[in-house]
Design a protein around this ligand. Structure first.
Ligand SMILES: [Zn+2]
Length: 114
């Protein structure tokens, strides 16, 4: 299981294996050396552990895939991070009608070249 991270400061993208994080609770940007507070990482690890415990019993009936995107958290956690670029909140509440930005669909049709 892997965490994908994107630095708010320098926009570097990197990823961490959960096992690495459990072994050494450190998140450090390889681009600018920005670091997350150890307490925050420990809290995250504990919370993930609780989540795993909750998901495990569901496995008997369902395979569960869960994506957590910190840019897309439900309320009340959906406010902009105080670090980084301060986006001015739009006074009109129009954030509901964003078009589903389909990334270019890749046509990898499987060609049977026998
Ligand atoms: Zn960075």
């Amino acid at each position: 299981m892997q965490l994908d991270l994107n630095c708010q400061k320098c926009e570097e993208s990197f990823s961490l294996e959960l096992t690495e994080l459990q072994a050494e609770p450190e998140i450090r940007c390889p681009g600018c050396n920005a670091r997350a507070a150890t307490g925050q990482i420990e809290t995250l690890i504990e919370a993930l552990d609780d989540l795993f415990a909750a998901v495990a019993p569901l496995r008997r009936k369902f395979q569960v895939t869960l994506e957590i995107d910190s840019e897309d958290l439900p309320p009340p956690y959906d406010e902009e991070p105080s670090v980084g670029k301060a986006k001015v909140a739009d006074p009109d509440e129009e954030d509901e009608d964003e078009d589903e930005a389909d990334d270019e669909e890749e046509d990898d049709e499987i060609e049977e070249d026998a």
